[in-house]
Structure formats: C-alpha cells, structure tokens
Design a protein around this ligand. Structure first.
Ligand code: GLU
Length: 474
C-alpha cells in the first residue's frame, strides 16, 4: 500500500452527533498518522444523501460546521453521493450483463406475504425472491424490475476486521439484496461500494452497526473484481444505562455542545478515551490532538461498546476552560451568545472578573448566563428571609464603612483586609460571611466575600449594603 485512503460518509438525515464525530475523528487520526510515511494518504468526506425523503440541506450544513469547528479537516471538497447516480446505475448494468445480478419483478405485496409466511413457519430464509433469477421471461423484461445481486448458495464468507477480529457468515445467510430500485435509483449497498472504489478508499473505518454490510458489500467488490478494502468497525457509544447513546441521554448533537460552551479539546479528549487509553494506568488523561496522533493505536481499540459520561466530559471541559491559553475561546464563544454578549457590552471587566472567580467550578460557558446575572442587576433587591432578622446590622454598617476606606481593591488585598476586620472584631467568619453573601448576591452559597466584593467593585458593593440597611429600617 503506498497510501491510506479513508472516508467519513455520513447521511444528512440528522444533526452531526457524538458517534459520527468519533468515527470522523478516528478516520482523521489514522490518515494524519499515515501521512508521515505515506504522504499521499487521504481522508475524504462523502455526504450520502441518497435517501431523498430524509436527507436535508440543513443537516449537511450542520455536519460541515461541526467538522470545521473541531478542526477535523478532510482532503478535497466533500463528495455528494447523489451526483454520482449515473455511475452507480452504470455499474448495476454491468453487474447484470456479467450475470452477477438478476431482474426481479416481485411486488411488495408478494414479498410482504413471503416475509409473513416465513415468520409464521419460523423459516429463516433470507432470499425472499427465489424464482425470478431462473425465470427466462422475467430476465428478458424491459420495464418495471428491480435488480438484485446474485449470492452463492454454498460456502462460507470469512473476514478479518481490524477491531472485531475474524468474522464469518454462511453464504446462505446473505440475502439477494436490491442494488437498483424499480425507479432506477441505486440503493445504499451499491452506491457506497462504487463510491468507495472510485475514491480509492482502501480502509473503511465506521460504526459496527454496519458490520453485517461487509458481506453484502464484498459481494459487489468480488463481482466487479475490485480489490476489497480493509475494514475497522468501531463499537458504538452507549449511555450510562447501557443503551445506544441518543437524545434521551442529553445533548448529543455536536452543535448543541458547542452552543453550550464546550471546548473542542474536551470533546476530542473525551471521545478518544472511549475504548482506548494512551497509558493503561491513568484513566482520566488529558491528551490533545497532536499527542493523540503520535500515540493512538487502532489495534488497541476495545471492541466492546464504551459508555459516554457527561460528568467525564464536564471534568475535561472544566480542565480546558481553566487552561490559561484557552481564555480566548471565552470571548469567541460570547460573540455567538446573545445573553453573554449583553454583559460584555455592559461591562467587560466585570464579566472577566466573574469568569476568573467562577471558572474553577465551571462545566461549560453557558453556565455563566445565570451566574453573571446577579452581578449585573442595576436595581438589585435583597430577598429578606427569616435569617435576615438575626443579622447584626451594626456590624454590617461598620463593615461598609470599613471597605469604603480600602484603596487597593484587588482580590488578595481584599482577603487580607477582611481577615483583619474579623480579627479586630473577634467574630467568627460566618457571622459576617453568611449575611454579606445574602446582602450582596442573594445567595447562601457562592464564592468568597473577597471575590464577590472584587467582582462588584467598591461602589456597587457599598450601594448594595446601604440599600439593605435602608430597606431593613423601613
Ligand atoms: N451513510 C452511512 C451512515 O451514515 C455510512 C455508510 C458507511 O460508512 O459505509 O450510517
């Protein structure tokens, strides 16, 4: 092999989701690795839009945008499968001419009846049409027929998959599937093989829901005397209930993750560790794409399905959010988030301070929408509760007076000053901390008082305390 040619071939019948991304990512990584020694290696994108009813332009856009955002770059422009229909039809004709395919005139009603009968009699017969192939009259029909592939009745079909190992199936288990419909349109089974052959694809990495298609697709390769590619069928991703990952488990569409403020580094980090580890001992490793390309080994990818965990993703995302060189992503994210954009326009410094204080516990950027709101209220009102009756208002008044005198409003200094105040007053921190947190941000939980004061600034902090005192006196 003087190059490795792979492809990602999504159908635009839904948004790009985590499973698709994982497939694309693995294809991309393998080709980046191959390019080091075989520079002509390629990773292609093919949009399989042959299902006219379910394929939508908006999904194609979503797929392109998702790959672009994650920097999963493919070679050349994406190929659109429907633009090759003529070529698929041409190959179907060739298969017919070479007696590798046959005409079938069975109506849907007849086929449905056979299915029902087989079910009733518990007959496991994969060949629904058994008569047309041998019927000369049918074979000379000129209209209204489908083309079916001929499948040997004897023998065993063996195959070695890079991930799944050796798999085999008896030929009699394979159905004589349709390659060309009555209306002349090619089926997925034919189009995929023709396109892969034409693109020179010699390694197919895809989800193991396509595992059984190997045998069908190889029949076409063999009938055309084309070289069969290598296959690597990757296990599907499951949710923590063991079921195939779907919307039920939470967001799975890549653009939803992006809109919530997940970073590409965490998505890639999380996905690559599903069923593979660069180092057997460490489970939650931080690894970026360059390092992955250096150390990933597809032969070590587990063949059992992997569990996707949102907690793990949050763990990685929090790590990358906190990384110093990633703060540029926050501003980029905010450009496309209307609510956060308003805060930034209002007071960018304050917004950055909020981020700096809260980032240690932030799972994703969108969480800042709720967090920031309280710091930006112009007409902030404290929610009085039973506890507020017990606050020591004299102490709070003194504290307000005290902070008014602080010149250096930096976080380290604020902490020092507050510690001093508490020492001089000989009080427990909570005696001051609990009321102040409530007075300043209407919350019993949250960051330190020094941090809240730092975000709000001297003027607003004093205003909120004064506002509390005057309301209390009413
Ligand atoms: N278009 C197929 C899908 O989205 C993939 C076909 C393939 O990889 O062979 O499931």
């Amino acid at each position: 092999m003087n190059s490795i040619i792979t492809r990602f071939a999504p159908s635009p019948t839904g948004n790009l989701h985590l499973g698709g991304i994982r497939t694309a990512l693995l294809n991309y990584i393998i080709v980046q690795q191959a390019k080091k020694e075989l520079p002509n290696s390629k990773f292609y994108l093919r949009i399989e839009d042959t299902d006219k009813e379910r394929s939508k332009e908006e999904y194609t856009k979503d797929i392109l945008a998702g790959l672009d955002w994650l920097n999963i770059n493919y070679d050349s422009d994406p190929q659109i499968q429907t633009s090759n229909i003529k070529r698929h039809q041409q190959i179907a004709k060739k298969l017919l001419e070479n007696k590798k395919a046959f005409k079938c005139i069975c109506s849907n009603e007849i086929l449905d009846k056979k299915r029902e009968l087989n079910k009733k009699n518990k007959i496991n017969n994969k060949r629904l049409c058994e008569t047309c192939e041998k019927d000369d009259k049918v074979q000379s029909t000129q209209n209204n027929y489908t083309l079916r592939i001929k499948v040997p009745t004897e023998g065993v079909n063996k195959f070695n998959d890079t991930i799944q190992g050796e798999i085999s199936v008896n030929n009699k288990e394979i159905d004589n599937f349709i390659i060309l419909r009555k209306d002349g349109t090619p089926t997925y089974m034919l189009s995929v093989v023709v396109d892969d052959f034409d693109m020179g694809v010699n390694l197919i990495i895809r989800g193991d829901d396509h595992l059984n298609n190997i045998f069908r697709q190889n029949l076409i390769y063999k009938a055309m005397e084309w070289e069969i590619p290598k296959y690597a069928h990757i296990p599907l991703i499951h949710g923590n209930d063991g079921k195939k990952l779907s919307k039920r488990h939470g967001a799975i569409s890549i653009n939803d993750f992006r809109n919530n403020g997940y970073l590409k580094e965490s998505i890639i980090n999380n996905l690559i560790l599903l069923g593979w580890s660069p180092n057997k001992i460490e489970k939650d490793e931080f690894i970026k794409i360059d390092e992955i390309i250096k150390s990933f080994d597809i032969n070590k990818l587990s063949k059992s399905s992997s569990i996707f965990s949102y907690e793990k993703l949050n763990f990685f995302n929090n790590h990358y959010i906190k990384s110093k060189d990633n703060s540029k992503y926050l501003m980029k994210y905010c450009e496309n988030n209307k609510n956060l954009n308003i805060f930034i326009k209002n007071d960018k410094d304050k917004f950055i301070k909020i981020f700096e204080v809260y980032k240690k516990n932030l799972n994703f950027y969108k969480e800042l929408e709720n967090i920031a709101e309280i710091y930006f209220f112009d007409n902030f009102e404290i929610n009085f509760n039973n506890e507020s009756n017990n606050y020591d208002d004299e102490l709070i008044g003194e504290f307000s007076y005290f902070i008014d005198k602080i010149k250096n409003w930096h976080i380290d200094n604020l902490k020092k000053e507050i510690d001093n105040f508490i020492l001089v007053k000989k009080i427990k921190f909570s005696f001051l901390g609990i009321p102040l947190r409530n007075i300043l941000i209407n919350s019993s939980k949250g960051p330190g008082i020094d941090e809240i004061l730092y975000i709000l600034g001297k003027k607003t902090s004093i205003e909120r305390i004064k506002n509390y005192i005057s309301k209390k006196q009413l």
